[in-house]
Design a protein around this ligand. Structure first.
Ligand SMILES: Nc1ncnc2c1ncn2[C@@H]1O[C@H](COP(=O)(O)OP(=O)(O)O)[C@@H](O)[C@H]1O
Ligand SMILES: Cc1ncc(COP(=O)(O)O)c(N)n1
Ligand SMILES: [Mg+2]
Length: 479
Protein backbone atom coordinates (compact mmCIF):
# COMPACT_ATOMS: atom_id res chain seq x y z
CA UNK A 1 0.00 0.00 0.00
CA UNK A 2 1.84 3.19 -1.12
CA UNK A 3 2.20 5.94 1.48
CA UNK A 4 2.69 9.39 -0.09
CA UNK A 5 6.13 10.48 1.14
CA UNK A 6 7.67 13.95 1.39
CA UNK A 7 11.29 14.51 2.38
CA UNK A 8 11.87 17.93 3.90
CA UNK A 9 15.41 19.30 3.75
CA UNK A 10 15.26 22.27 6.08
CA UNK A 11 16.22 23.79 9.39
CA UNK A 12 14.96 22.86 12.83
CA UNK A 13 12.88 25.57 14.55
CA UNK A 14 13.12 25.21 18.33
CA UNK A 15 9.72 26.93 18.65
CA UNK A 16 8.28 24.24 16.31
CA UNK A 17 6.13 26.69 14.36
CA UNK A 18 8.20 26.66 11.17
CA UNK A 19 11.01 24.59 9.69
CA UNK A 20 10.97 20.83 9.64
CA UNK A 21 8.58 20.77 12.56
CA UNK A 22 5.96 22.65 10.50
CA UNK A 23 6.61 20.38 7.53
CA UNK A 24 6.12 17.17 9.48
CA UNK A 25 2.90 18.44 11.06
CA UNK A 26 1.48 19.75 7.77
CA UNK A 27 2.20 16.52 5.92
CA UNK A 28 0.69 14.45 8.71
CA UNK A 29 -2.44 16.62 8.69
CA UNK A 30 -2.80 16.09 4.94
CA UNK A 31 -2.12 12.36 5.00
CA UNK A 32 1.46 12.20 3.75
CA UNK A 33 4.53 10.75 5.51
CA UNK A 34 7.34 13.26 6.09
CA UNK A 35 10.98 12.35 6.66
CA UNK A 36 13.48 15.11 7.46
CA UNK A 37 17.10 16.02 6.71
CA UNK A 38 18.14 18.78 9.10
CA UNK A 39 20.45 21.42 7.62
CA UNK A 40 20.69 23.72 10.63
CA UNK A 41 19.56 23.90 14.22
CA UNK A 42 18.05 27.24 15.17
CA UNK A 43 17.31 28.72 18.57
CA UNK A 44 14.19 30.77 17.96
CA UNK A 45 10.87 31.67 19.52
CA UNK A 46 7.90 33.97 18.97
CA UNK A 47 10.20 36.99 19.29
CA UNK A 48 12.66 35.93 16.57
CA UNK A 49 15.85 33.94 15.97
CA UNK A 50 18.47 33.96 18.72
CA UNK A 51 20.99 31.48 17.31
CA UNK A 52 21.80 29.18 14.37
CA UNK A 53 24.17 26.23 14.17
CA UNK A 54 24.84 24.68 10.77
CA UNK A 55 24.84 20.91 10.59
CA UNK A 56 28.19 19.67 9.17
CA UNK A 57 27.86 19.09 5.42
CA UNK A 58 29.02 15.49 5.66
CA UNK A 59 26.24 14.72 8.12
CA UNK A 60 23.72 16.29 5.71
CA UNK A 61 25.05 14.06 2.95
CA UNK A 62 24.69 11.05 5.26
CA UNK A 63 21.12 11.98 6.25
CA UNK A 64 20.20 12.29 2.56
CA UNK A 65 21.84 8.96 1.76
CA UNK A 66 20.04 7.24 4.66
CA UNK A 67 16.59 8.41 3.64
CA UNK A 68 16.86 8.35 -0.15
CA UNK A 69 18.59 4.97 -0.33
CA UNK A 70 15.98 3.24 1.82
CA UNK A 71 12.64 5.07 1.60
CA UNK A 72 11.01 5.86 -1.74
CA UNK A 73 10.58 9.63 -1.61
CA UNK A 74 7.87 11.11 -3.83
CA UNK A 75 8.55 14.81 -3.34
CA UNK A 76 11.44 16.79 -1.82
CA UNK A 77 10.57 20.08 -0.12
CA UNK A 78 13.43 22.41 0.77
CA UNK A 79 13.43 25.10 3.45
CA UNK A 80 16.54 26.64 5.02
CA UNK A 81 19.59 25.73 2.90
CA UNK A 82 22.20 27.93 4.59
CA UNK A 83 25.21 27.37 2.33
CA UNK A 84 26.21 26.75 -1.27
CA UNK A 85 27.88 23.56 -0.13
CA UNK A 86 24.64 22.20 1.23
CA UNK A 87 22.81 23.06 -1.99
CA UNK A 88 25.49 21.28 -4.00
CA UNK A 89 25.20 18.16 -1.84
CA UNK A 90 21.40 18.18 -2.22
CA UNK A 91 21.62 18.55 -6.00
CA UNK A 92 24.07 15.63 -6.17
CA UNK A 93 21.66 13.51 -4.13
CA UNK A 94 18.70 14.48 -6.32
CA UNK A 95 20.68 13.41 -9.36
CA UNK A 96 21.56 10.11 -7.71
CA UNK A 97 18.07 9.31 -6.43
CA UNK A 98 15.10 10.26 -8.64
CA UNK A 99 12.05 11.89 -7.04
CA UNK A 100 8.73 12.95 -8.59
CA UNK A 101 8.96 16.64 -7.78
CA UNK A 102 10.78 19.31 -5.78
CA UNK A 103 9.15 22.22 -3.97
CA UNK A 104 11.56 25.00 -3.08
CA UNK A 105 11.01 27.96 -0.75
CA UNK A 106 13.34 29.99 -3.02
CA UNK A 107 15.61 32.04 -0.82
CA UNK A 108 18.24 32.53 -3.52
CA UNK A 109 18.95 31.60 -7.11
CA UNK A 110 21.05 28.47 -7.32
CA UNK A 111 21.30 25.26 -9.31
CA UNK A 112 18.44 23.78 -7.26
CA UNK A 113 16.21 26.70 -8.17
CA UNK A 114 16.32 25.88 -11.87
CA UNK A 115 15.62 22.21 -11.11
CA UNK A 116 12.56 22.98 -8.98
CA UNK A 117 9.04 22.04 -10.02
CA UNK A 118 7.71 25.00 -8.06
CA UNK A 119 9.38 27.85 -6.19
CA UNK A 120 7.34 29.73 -3.61
CA UNK A 121 8.99 33.05 -2.71
CA UNK A 122 7.20 35.51 -0.46
CA UNK A 123 7.22 39.13 -1.62
CA UNK A 124 10.47 39.94 0.20
CA UNK A 125 12.22 36.89 -1.28
CA UNK A 126 10.84 37.68 -4.73
CA UNK A 127 12.10 41.23 -4.45
CA UNK A 128 15.54 40.00 -3.35
CA UNK A 129 15.66 37.50 -6.23
CA UNK A 130 15.01 40.39 -8.63
CA UNK A 131 17.63 42.77 -7.27
CA UNK A 132 15.45 44.65 -4.82
CA UNK A 133 12.44 45.67 -7.00
CA UNK A 134 9.54 46.88 -4.90
CA UNK A 135 6.38 44.79 -4.98
CA UNK A 136 3.23 46.61 -3.88
CA UNK A 137 0.42 45.40 -6.15
CA UNK A 138 -0.92 42.21 -7.69
CA UNK A 139 0.45 43.45 -11.02
CA UNK A 140 3.91 43.73 -9.41
CA UNK A 141 3.53 40.15 -8.17
CA UNK A 142 2.61 38.98 -11.68
CA UNK A 143 5.64 40.74 -13.14
CA UNK A 144 7.84 39.20 -10.45
CA UNK A 145 6.46 35.72 -11.09
CA UNK A 146 7.09 36.12 -14.80
CA UNK A 147 10.69 37.28 -14.21
CA UNK A 148 11.42 34.52 -11.69
CA UNK A 149 10.00 31.94 -14.08
CA UNK A 150 12.86 32.80 -16.45
CA UNK A 151 15.33 31.44 -13.86
CA UNK A 152 14.13 27.95 -14.73
CA UNK A 153 11.49 26.50 -12.37
CA UNK A 154 8.42 24.84 -13.92
CA UNK A 155 6.04 26.92 -11.83
CA UNK A 156 6.31 30.03 -9.66
CA UNK A 157 4.04 31.01 -6.79
CA UNK A 158 4.64 34.49 -5.38
CA UNK A 159 2.98 34.55 -1.95
CA UNK A 160 1.13 37.61 -0.80
CA UNK A 161 0.91 37.05 2.94
CA UNK A 162 3.01 40.14 3.65
CA UNK A 163 1.38 42.38 1.03
CA UNK A 164 -0.13 45.60 2.35
CA UNK A 165 -3.21 44.91 4.40
CA UNK A 166 -6.17 43.96 2.23
CA UNK A 167 -9.24 41.87 2.85
CA UNK A 168 -7.69 39.01 0.94
CA UNK A 169 -4.42 37.10 1.03
CA UNK A 170 -3.61 36.62 -2.65
CA UNK A 171 -0.86 34.44 -4.12
CA UNK A 172 0.05 34.68 -7.78
CA UNK A 173 0.81 31.47 -9.69
CA UNK A 174 2.53 31.42 -13.09
CA UNK A 175 3.15 28.45 -15.37
CA UNK A 176 5.01 30.24 -18.15
CA UNK A 177 1.79 30.98 -20.04
CA UNK A 178 -1.00 31.97 -17.69
CA UNK A 179 -1.43 33.49 -14.25
CA UNK A 180 -3.76 32.14 -11.59
CA UNK A 181 -4.59 34.24 -8.52
CA UNK A 182 -5.21 32.10 -5.46
CA UNK A 183 -7.39 34.24 -3.27
CA UNK A 184 -8.27 33.59 0.35
CA UNK A 185 -9.63 35.54 3.29
CA UNK A 186 -6.90 37.39 5.17
CA UNK A 187 -7.19 36.08 8.71
CA UNK A 188 -6.62 38.75 11.32
CA UNK A 189 -4.03 37.04 13.52
CA UNK A 190 -0.43 37.29 14.77
CA UNK A 191 -0.09 33.52 14.60
CA UNK A 192 1.47 33.37 11.16
CA UNK A 193 4.89 31.95 12.02
CA UNK A 194 5.54 29.08 9.60
CA UNK A 195 2.95 29.95 6.95
CA UNK A 196 5.50 29.81 4.13
CA UNK A 197 7.01 26.51 5.23
CA UNK A 198 3.56 25.07 5.71
CA UNK A 199 2.27 26.17 2.33
CA UNK A 200 5.27 24.60 0.58
CA UNK A 201 5.13 21.32 2.50
CA UNK A 202 1.36 21.13 1.97
CA UNK A 203 1.87 21.53 -1.78
CA UNK A 204 4.50 18.78 -1.56
CA UNK A 205 2.08 16.52 0.33
CA UNK A 206 -0.65 17.00 -2.26
CA UNK A 207 1.77 16.36 -5.12
CA UNK A 208 2.94 13.22 -3.35
CA UNK A 209 -0.74 12.13 -3.19
CA UNK A 210 -1.01 12.53 -6.97
CA UNK A 211 -2.65 15.94 -7.30
CA UNK A 212 -2.08 18.23 -10.26
CA UNK A 213 0.03 21.27 -9.39
CA UNK A 214 -2.94 23.68 -9.48
CA UNK A 215 -5.01 21.42 -7.25
CA UNK A 216 -2.08 20.97 -4.85
CA UNK A 217 -1.67 24.73 -4.51
CA UNK A 218 -5.42 25.22 -3.99
CA UNK A 219 -5.64 22.59 -1.26
CA UNK A 220 -2.47 23.92 0.41
CA UNK A 221 -3.85 27.45 0.36
CA UNK A 222 -7.13 26.29 1.89
CA UNK A 223 -5.23 24.32 4.53
CA UNK A 224 -3.11 27.30 5.63
CA UNK A 225 -6.12 29.59 5.73
CA UNK A 226 -8.19 27.07 7.70
CA UNK A 227 -5.34 26.49 10.16
CA UNK A 228 -4.86 30.24 10.66
CA UNK A 229 -8.61 30.73 11.10
CA UNK A 230 -8.77 28.01 13.73
CA UNK A 231 -5.67 29.25 15.54
CA UNK A 232 -6.29 32.98 15.56
CA UNK A 233 -7.14 33.15 19.28
CA UNK A 234 -4.57 30.59 20.48
CA UNK A 235 -1.67 32.08 22.46
CA UNK A 236 1.78 30.58 22.95
CA UNK A 237 4.78 32.85 23.67
CA UNK A 238 5.02 36.58 24.28
CA UNK A 239 6.50 37.67 20.94
CA UNK A 240 4.85 39.35 17.94
CA UNK A 241 4.58 36.25 15.74
CA UNK A 242 3.16 33.06 17.20
CA UNK A 243 2.73 29.58 15.70
CA UNK A 244 -0.55 28.14 14.47
CA UNK A 245 -2.18 24.74 14.94
CA UNK A 246 -1.55 22.41 11.98
CA UNK A 247 -3.58 19.63 13.58
CA UNK A 248 -6.74 21.69 14.17
CA UNK A 249 -8.87 19.06 12.44
CA UNK A 250 -8.26 16.68 15.35
CA UNK A 251 -10.09 19.12 17.61
CA UNK A 252 -13.05 20.45 15.67
CA UNK A 253 -15.58 19.59 12.98
CA UNK A 254 -13.76 18.74 9.78
CA UNK A 255 -12.95 21.76 7.66
CA UNK A 256 -13.55 21.08 4.01
CA UNK A 257 -9.92 21.37 3.00
CA UNK A 258 -9.21 17.97 1.47
CA UNK A 259 -10.59 17.82 -2.01
CA UNK A 260 -12.92 20.77 -1.46
CA UNK A 261 -11.42 23.85 -2.93
CA UNK A 262 -12.20 27.44 -2.11
CA UNK A 263 -14.19 28.75 -5.08
CA UNK A 264 -11.97 30.77 -7.40
CA UNK A 265 -14.18 33.10 -9.50
CA UNK A 266 -11.58 32.98 -12.28
CA UNK A 267 -12.70 29.40 -12.90
CA UNK A 268 -15.87 30.89 -14.47
CA UNK A 269 -13.77 32.00 -17.45
CA UNK A 270 -14.93 29.29 -19.86
CA UNK A 271 -17.86 27.36 -18.39
CA UNK A 272 -18.82 24.21 -20.36
CA UNK A 273 -22.44 23.08 -19.76
CA UNK A 274 -23.25 19.62 -21.17
CA UNK A 275 -26.50 18.60 -22.90
CA UNK A 276 -27.43 14.92 -23.38
CA UNK A 277 -29.55 15.55 -26.51
CA UNK A 278 -26.58 17.15 -28.23
CA UNK A 279 -24.30 14.36 -27.06
CA UNK A 280 -26.73 11.82 -28.55
CA UNK A 281 -26.96 13.77 -31.81
CA UNK A 282 -23.17 13.61 -32.25
CA UNK A 283 -22.69 10.16 -30.73
CA UNK A 284 -20.63 11.55 -27.84
CA UNK A 285 -20.72 10.01 -24.36
CA UNK A 286 -20.91 12.52 -21.48
CA UNK A 287 -17.41 11.49 -20.44
CA UNK A 288 -15.99 12.05 -23.94
CA UNK A 289 -17.71 15.41 -24.18
CA UNK A 290 -16.33 16.52 -20.80
CA UNK A 291 -12.82 15.24 -21.58
CA UNK A 292 -12.83 17.07 -24.92
CA UNK A 293 -14.06 20.32 -23.36
CA UNK A 294 -11.29 20.18 -20.73
CA UNK A 295 -8.68 19.39 -23.38
CA UNK A 296 -9.92 22.46 -25.23
CA UNK A 297 -9.46 24.65 -22.14
CA UNK A 298 -12.78 24.67 -20.29
CA UNK A 299 -12.12 26.04 -16.77
CA UNK A 300 -15.26 24.62 -15.12
CA UNK A 301 -17.84 22.00 -16.16
CA UNK A 302 -21.54 21.57 -15.38
CA UNK A 303 -23.44 18.35 -16.13
CA UNK A 304 -26.89 19.60 -17.20
CA UNK A 305 -28.64 16.37 -18.09
CA UNK A 306 -32.40 16.76 -18.23
CA UNK A 307 -33.44 13.46 -19.77
CA UNK A 308 -31.22 10.69 -18.44
CA UNK A 309 -31.97 7.91 -15.93
CA UNK A 310 -30.60 8.68 -12.46
CA UNK A 311 -28.45 5.55 -12.24
CA UNK A 312 -26.82 6.20 -15.61
CA UNK A 313 -26.40 9.86 -14.68
CA UNK A 314 -24.61 8.95 -11.43
CA UNK A 315 -22.24 6.55 -13.20
CA UNK A 316 -21.43 9.19 -15.79
CA UNK A 317 -21.03 11.84 -13.08
CA UNK A 318 -18.55 9.67 -11.16
CA UNK A 319 -16.51 9.11 -14.33
CA UNK A 320 -16.58 12.84 -15.07
CA UNK A 321 -15.46 13.56 -11.49
CA UNK A 322 -12.32 11.46 -12.09
CA UNK A 323 -11.65 13.35 -15.32
CA UNK A 324 -12.18 16.77 -13.73
CA UNK A 325 -10.28 16.02 -10.51
CA UNK A 326 -7.20 14.86 -12.38
CA UNK A 327 -7.30 18.10 -14.39
CA UNK A 328 -8.07 20.34 -11.39
CA UNK A 329 -11.28 21.56 -13.11
CA UNK A 330 -14.34 21.96 -10.85
CA UNK A 331 -17.38 19.83 -11.75
CA UNK A 332 -20.88 20.98 -10.84
CA UNK A 333 -24.19 19.18 -11.26
CA UNK A 334 -27.24 21.05 -12.54
CA UNK A 335 -30.13 20.89 -10.07
CA UNK A 336 -29.57 17.28 -8.89
CA UNK A 337 -28.19 17.66 -5.35
CA UNK A 338 -28.55 13.90 -4.78
CA UNK A 339 -26.25 13.11 -7.71
CA UNK A 340 -23.81 15.81 -6.55
CA UNK A 341 -23.64 14.28 -3.06
CA UNK A 342 -23.34 10.73 -4.39
CA UNK A 343 -20.39 11.56 -6.66
CA UNK A 344 -18.83 14.15 -4.30
CA UNK A 345 -19.06 16.81 -7.01
CA UNK A 346 -17.53 20.22 -6.39
CA UNK A 347 -20.95 21.82 -6.32
CA UNK A 348 -24.44 22.36 -7.72
CA UNK A 349 -26.05 24.93 -10.02
CA UNK A 350 -29.75 25.69 -9.41
CA UNK A 351 -32.37 27.72 -11.24
CA UNK A 352 -35.09 29.93 -9.81
CA UNK A 353 -37.59 27.06 -9.73
CA UNK A 354 -35.21 24.58 -8.07
CA UNK A 355 -34.60 24.29 -4.33
CA UNK A 356 -32.98 27.47 -3.06
CA UNK A 357 -29.25 28.00 -2.68
CA UNK A 358 -29.86 28.23 1.06
CA UNK A 359 -31.24 24.68 1.20
CA UNK A 360 -28.50 23.43 -1.10
CA UNK A 361 -25.88 25.00 1.19
CA UNK A 362 -27.45 23.19 4.17
CA UNK A 363 -27.11 19.90 2.30
CA UNK A 364 -23.64 20.41 0.79
CA UNK A 365 -21.83 22.27 3.59
CA UNK A 366 -19.35 25.19 3.40
CA UNK A 367 -16.73 23.78 1.04
CA UNK A 368 -18.87 23.26 -2.06
CA UNK A 369 -19.60 25.64 -4.94
CA UNK A 370 -23.20 26.79 -5.46
CA UNK A 371 -24.35 28.72 -8.53
CA UNK A 372 -27.76 30.29 -9.10
CA UNK A 373 -29.40 31.32 -12.39
CA UNK A 374 -30.61 34.95 -12.14
CA UNK A 375 -32.34 37.37 -14.49
CA UNK A 376 -32.91 40.32 -12.16
CA UNK A 377 -31.00 42.33 -9.52
CA UNK A 378 -33.51 41.14 -6.91
CA UNK A 379 -32.74 37.50 -7.71
CA UNK A 380 -29.02 38.34 -7.56
CA UNK A 381 -29.45 39.86 -4.10
CA UNK A 382 -31.40 36.83 -2.87
CA UNK A 383 -28.78 34.40 -4.19
CA UNK A 384 -26.10 36.32 -2.26
CA UNK A 385 -28.18 36.22 0.93
CA UNK A 386 -28.67 32.49 0.45
CA UNK A 387 -24.91 31.88 0.39
CA UNK A 388 -24.36 31.21 -3.31
CA UNK A 389 -20.82 31.50 -4.76
CA UNK A 390 -21.65 32.79 -8.25
CA UNK A 391 -24.55 33.72 -10.57
CA UNK A 392 -25.37 32.44 -14.04
CA UNK A 393 -27.05 35.35 -15.85
CA UNK A 394 -28.97 35.02 -19.11
CA UNK A 395 -30.13 34.29 -21.72
CA UNK A 396 -27.97 37.07 -23.02
CA UNK A 397 -28.86 36.19 -26.62
CA UNK A 398 -31.83 34.18 -27.93
CA UNK A 399 -31.28 30.48 -27.35
CA UNK A 400 -33.11 27.23 -28.05
CA UNK A 401 -31.14 25.26 -25.46
CA UNK A 402 -33.48 26.29 -22.67
CA UNK A 403 -37.25 26.67 -23.15
CA UNK A 404 -39.23 29.80 -22.11
CA UNK A 405 -36.07 31.72 -21.42
CA UNK A 406 -36.59 35.48 -22.00
CA UNK A 407 -33.60 37.17 -23.60
CA UNK A 408 -31.90 39.76 -21.38
CA UNK A 409 -29.47 41.37 -23.83
CA UNK A 410 -26.41 43.33 -22.69
CA UNK A 411 -28.51 45.79 -20.67
CA UNK A 412 -30.12 43.04 -18.63
CA UNK A 413 -26.79 41.32 -18.09
CA UNK A 414 -25.14 44.57 -17.01
CA UNK A 415 -27.98 45.38 -14.59
CA UNK A 416 -27.55 42.05 -12.81
CA UNK A 417 -23.74 42.32 -12.74
CA UNK A 418 -23.77 45.84 -11.32
CA UNK A 419 -26.26 44.80 -8.62
CA UNK A 420 -24.47 41.56 -7.79
CA UNK A 421 -22.05 41.08 -4.88
CA UNK A 422 -21.11 37.76 -6.44
CA UNK A 423 -19.08 36.89 -9.53
CA UNK A 424 -21.21 36.37 -12.64
CA UNK A 425 -20.98 34.08 -15.67
CA UNK A 426 -23.03 35.05 -18.75
CA UNK A 427 -25.07 32.36 -20.47
CA UNK A 428 -27.52 32.02 -23.39
CA UNK A 429 -26.74 31.86 -27.10
CA UNK A 430 -23.05 32.61 -26.56
CA UNK A 431 -20.60 31.40 -29.22
CA UNK A 432 -17.37 32.30 -30.96
CA UNK A 433 -18.99 35.19 -32.85
CA UNK A 434 -20.33 37.06 -29.81
CA UNK A 435 -18.35 35.87 -26.76
CA UNK A 436 -15.81 38.66 -27.22
CA UNK A 437 -18.52 41.33 -27.16
CA UNK A 438 -19.88 39.89 -23.91
CA UNK A 439 -16.51 40.07 -22.18
CA UNK A 440 -15.90 43.55 -23.60
CA UNK A 441 -18.79 44.83 -21.50
CA UNK A 442 -16.01 45.56 -19.03
CA UNK A 443 -18.01 44.73 -15.90
CA UNK A 444 -15.46 43.72 -13.23
CA UNK A 445 -17.43 40.84 -11.74
CA UNK A 446 -18.39 39.36 -15.09
CA UNK A 447 -15.83 36.56 -14.96
CA UNK A 448 -16.63 34.50 -18.04
CA UNK A 449 -19.14 32.85 -20.34
CA UNK A 450 -21.09 29.62 -20.03
CA UNK A 451 -21.60 27.78 -23.30
CA UNK A 452 -23.75 24.80 -24.30
CA UNK A 453 -24.48 24.28 -28.00
CA UNK A 454 -21.45 26.23 -29.26
CA UNK A 455 -19.31 23.49 -27.67
CA UNK A 456 -21.48 20.38 -27.51
CA UNK A 457 -23.72 20.65 -30.57
CA UNK A 458 -20.64 20.35 -32.71
CA UNK A 459 -18.66 17.48 -34.15
CA UNK A 460 -15.33 18.37 -32.50
CA UNK A 461 -15.87 19.65 -28.96
CA UNK A 462 -12.17 20.20 -28.17
CA UNK A 463 -11.60 22.30 -31.31
CA UNK A 464 -14.63 24.49 -30.62
CA UNK A 465 -13.58 24.91 -26.99
CA UNK A 466 -9.99 25.75 -27.93
CA UNK A 467 -11.19 28.34 -30.43
CA UNK A 468 -13.53 29.96 -27.91
CA UNK A 469 -10.81 29.92 -25.23
CA UNK A 470 -8.39 31.76 -27.51
CA UNK A 471 -11.04 34.40 -28.30
CA UNK A 472 -11.74 34.95 -24.60
CA UNK A 473 -8.03 35.03 -23.73
CA UNK A 474 -7.30 37.62 -26.42
CA UNK A 475 -10.16 39.82 -25.17
CA UNK A 476 -8.89 39.46 -21.57
CA UNK A 477 -5.38 40.44 -22.65
CA UNK A 478 -6.71 43.57 -24.34
CA UNK A 479 -8.83 44.50 -21.32
N1 LIG B 1 -3.07 36.45 7.67
C1 LIG B 1 -3.20 35.58 6.67
N2 LIG B 1 -4.43 35.12 6.30
C2 LIG B 1 -4.57 34.21 5.31
N3 LIG B 1 -3.54 33.69 4.61
C3 LIG B 1 -2.29 34.12 4.95
C4 LIG B 1 -2.03 35.07 5.97
N4 LIG B 1 -0.68 35.27 6.05
C5 LIG B 1 -0.13 34.47 5.12
N5 LIG B 1 -1.08 33.80 4.45
C6 LIG B 1 -0.88 32.80 3.40
O1 LIG B 1 0.14 31.92 3.84
C7 LIG B 1 0.95 31.49 2.75
C8 LIG B 1 2.38 31.90 3.00
O2 LIG B 1 2.53 33.21 2.56
P1 LIG B 1 3.55 34.25 3.29
O3 LIG B 1 3.18 34.40 4.70
O4 LIG B 1 3.58 35.44 2.41
O5 LIG B 1 4.92 33.45 3.18
P2 LIG B 1 6.09 33.45 4.27
O6 LIG B 1 5.50 32.88 5.51
O7 LIG B 1 7.13 32.60 3.63
O8 LIG B 1 6.48 34.86 4.46
C9 LIG B 1 0.34 32.16 1.51
O9 LIG B 1 -0.61 31.31 0.92
C10 LIG B 1 -0.34 33.38 2.09
O10 LIG B 1 -1.40 33.86 1.26
C1 LIG C 1 14.15 26.81 10.62
C2 LIG C 1 13.23 27.79 9.95
N1 LIG C 1 12.90 27.63 8.63
C3 LIG C 1 12.08 28.53 8.02
C4 LIG C 1 11.57 29.61 8.71
C5 LIG C 1 10.67 30.62 8.00
O1 LIG C 1 9.35 30.49 8.49
P1 LIG C 1 8.11 31.11 7.65
O2 LIG C 1 7.43 29.95 7.02
O3 LIG C 1 7.25 31.82 8.63
O4 LIG C 1 8.67 32.02 6.62
C6 LIG C 1 11.92 29.76 10.08
N2 LIG C 1 11.45 30.79 10.80
N3 LIG C 1 12.75 28.84 10.68
MG1 LIG D 1 4.14 34.17 6.53
Amino acid sequence: MPWPHVLTVAGSDSSAGAGIQADVKACAALGAYCSSVITAVTAQNTAGVQGVHLVPEELIREQLQSVLSDMSVDVVKTGMLPSAGIIKILCESLQKFSVKATVTIALSRDELFAMADIVTPNVKEASKLLGGVSLHTIADMRDAAESIYKFGPRYVLVKGGDMPDSSEAIDVFYDGKEFVEFRGHRIKTHNTHGTGCTLASSIAAELAKGSSMLNAVQVAKNFVESALHHSKDLVIGNGPQGPFDHLFRLKCPPYNIGSERRFNPDSLFLYAVTDSRMNKRWGHSIEDAVKAAIEGGATIVQLREKDIESRAFLEAAKACMDICRSSGVPLLINDRVDIALACNADGVHVGQSDISAREVRELLGPGKIIGVSCKTPAQAEQAWRDGADYLGCGGVFPTTTKANNPTLGFEGLKAVCLASKLPVVAIGGINATNAGSVMELGVPNLKGVAVVSALFDRECVSTETRNLRSILTSVRCLA
